[in-house]
Design a protein around this ligand. Structure first.
Ligand code: HSE
Length: 400
C-alpha cells in the first residue's frame, strides 16, 4: 500500500482525489501496489464530500505520519506551498506538484534538496496541464540537441485569441465573456500579460537544456495590445495570432520570450484553438515533434499529477534523473532575435515604409481603411526599429 497526502482540496486537489479513487484500478495496477489517499489538507470544511473522512487542517498530521510516502502539492502560490514541500522532502517524502510558480521560482533548490534527501520532486502538471510533455522530454527525447521549443502554454489567452479571430470581437469583450465562463480569472493579469506562460517556458527551457532558466530574465509580453484590425490583417494573410512561449538556441544567441506571434497554416500550432495547449520541439535528429492537449481543467491536470504519483510510487527508494542544475543559462537580448515582422502603419506612412524596407509582403484587407500592413523579411527588432526611423507603427508582431 502506498499512502498519498494531498495538500489543497481546490480545483486540482479534488480532481486528484477523484482520479486516484475512481480510477484506482488502473492507477494501482500501473504501480503494482495499492495507491490510497490517506490525508487531504485544507483549511476549509467539506461536509458530505468523500474526502471529509481523511481531511485535516494540521500539516503536522501529514509530516509526522511515516506511512505517507508521497505528498501532492496542489495549493498554488509560493507560500505556504514552498515551506510545506521542503518540509515533506526533509522528512524523506517524495513530492509532486502542479504549481508552476513554485517550480519556476524555487525548482532548482527543491530539486537539489530532493536529491540530497534521496527522494524525488516531479511537476508534470506545471506545464501544459494534462499534456505529458515533461516526462517525454526527460525519458523519450533523449537523443537530440534541441534548438527550438515553442508552445501555446496558456489556455485562457488562446481562448481569447481564438474567439477574437473567429467572431471578430474585441479583446475586452472576449475577456469579459471568458471571465463569465470561468476560463479567465477575475484578476486575469497572470494570463493576459503572459506571466503564466513565462513560468512555463522557463520550466521547459530548464528541463530541455538541463540548466536553470530564470523566468525573471525572460522578456514577456501578453495579448492586451492585440486589436481587431490585427486579426483582420492576419486572416487576410491566412495567418493566426498566437501567444507563444518560445526559446531558440542558434549560432547568434540563446533567446527566450513570451510574445504574440503570427503563424501560417504550415505551422503545427496554427490550428491549436480554444483552451487547448501545444508544445513543439525541434531537434537536430528528430526534427519537429508536437504535444497537444488540455492545458488546464480539474481532471486533465489531475491526470498528469497522478501520473507523477504513479512514477514516484514505482520508483520508491530511487532518485530519478530529472530536472536541472543551478548553472544558469545566460539569455541573449531578444531585440537581436531574428524573425519576420508584421507591421501595421497609417496609410500616410506607407510610402515611407516601402522606401525603408525591401521585399516587404503587403497584406490586402479591403475592409480596413486608413491603415496598411506588411510582413517584412527576417531581421532583428533592433534593425526593424532603425529602419522604421520616423514612422510610429500602429502594431509590430513577430512572425514565426
Ligand atoms: N491559467 C492557466 C491557463 C491555467 O489558462 O492555461 C493552467 O496553468
Amino acid at each position: 500500500m502506498i499512502n498519498v497526502a494531498i495538500l489543497g482540496y481546490g480545483v486540482v486537489g479534488s480532481g486528484v482525489y477523484k482520479v486516484i479513487t475512481e480510477n484506482n484500478d488502473v492507477v494501482s495496477k500501473n504501480v503494482g501496489d495499492e495507491i490510497k489517499v490517506s490525508r487531504v489538507l485544507d483549511l476549509r470544511e467539506f461536509p458530505g464530500d468523500p474526502a471529509e473522512e481523511v481531511l485535516t487542517h494540521d500539516y503536522d498530521d501529514i509530516l509526522n505520519d511515516d506511512s505517507i510516502d508521497i505528498v501532492v502539492e496542489v495549493m498554488g502560490g509560493l507560500e505556504p506551498a514552498n515551506t510545506f514541500v521542503r518540509k515533506a522532502i526533509e522528512k524523506g517524502k517524495s513530492v509532486c506538484t502542479s504549481n508552476k510558480a513554485l517550480v519556476a521560482a524555487f525548482g532548482t533548490e527543491i530539486l537539489d534538496l530532493a536529491r540530497a534527501k534521496g527522494v524525488n520532486f516531479l511537476f508534470e502538471a506545471s506545464v501544459g496541464g494534462g499534456i505529458p510533455v515533461l516526462r517525454a522530454i526527460n525519458e523519450s527525447l533523449t537523443a537530440d540537441h534541441f534548438d527550438k521549443i515553442y508552445g501555446i502554454l496558456n489556455g485562457t489567452t488562446n481562448y481569447i485569441l481564438t474567439k477574437m479571430s473567429e467572431e471578430g470581437l474585441s479583446f475586452d469583450t472576449v475577456l469579459k465573456d471568458a471571465q463569465e465562463r470561468g476560463y479567465a480569472e477575475r484578476n486575469p493579469e497572470a494570463d493576459i500579460e503572459g506571466y503564466d506562460a513565462c513560468r512555463k517556458i522557463a520550466i521547459l527551457t530548464s528541463l530541455v537544456y538541463g540548466r536553470f532558466t530564470d523566468y525573471e530574465e525572460i522578456s514577456t509580453e501578453g495579448i492586451t495590445k492585440i486589436t481587431n484590425n490585427d486579426m483582420i490583417f492576419a486572416k487576410a494573410a491566412e495567418m493566426e495570432i498566437k501567444l507563444f512561449g518560445l526559446t531558440e538556441k542558434n549560432e547568434k544567441g540563446f533567446y527566450s520570450m513570451v510574445a504574440p506571434f503570427l503563424v501560417g497554416k504550415e505551422d503545427p500550432l496554427y490550428a491549436v484553438n480554444g483552451v487547448y495547449n501545444a508544445v513543439n520541439l525541434h531537434g537536430d535528429m528528430l526534427e519537429d515533434v508536437m504535444f497537444y492537449g488540455q492545458g488546464a481543467g480539474s481532471l486533465p491536470t489531475a491526470s498528469a499529477v497522478v501520473g507523477d504519483v504513479v512514477e514516484l510510487a514505482k520508483n520508491k527508494g530511487k532518485v530519478l534523473p530529472f530536472g536541472w542544475t543551478a548553472d544558469k543559462i545566460t539569455l541573449s537580448d531578444i531585440n537581436e532575435y531574428e524573425t519576420a515582422f508584421f507591421v501595421r502603419v497609417n496609410s500616410g506612412d506607407a510610402a515611407s515604409f516601402k522606401n525603408s524596407f525591401e521585399n516587404v509582403k503587403m497584406i490586402e484587407a479591403p475592409e480596413i481603411t486608413g491603415e496598411v500592413a506588411f510582413i517584412t523579411e527576417k531581421m532583428s527588432r533592433n534593425v526593424l526599429d532603425a529602419r522604421l526611423r520616423d514612422i510610429e507603427p500602429l502594431q509590430v508582431i513577430r512572425v514565426n
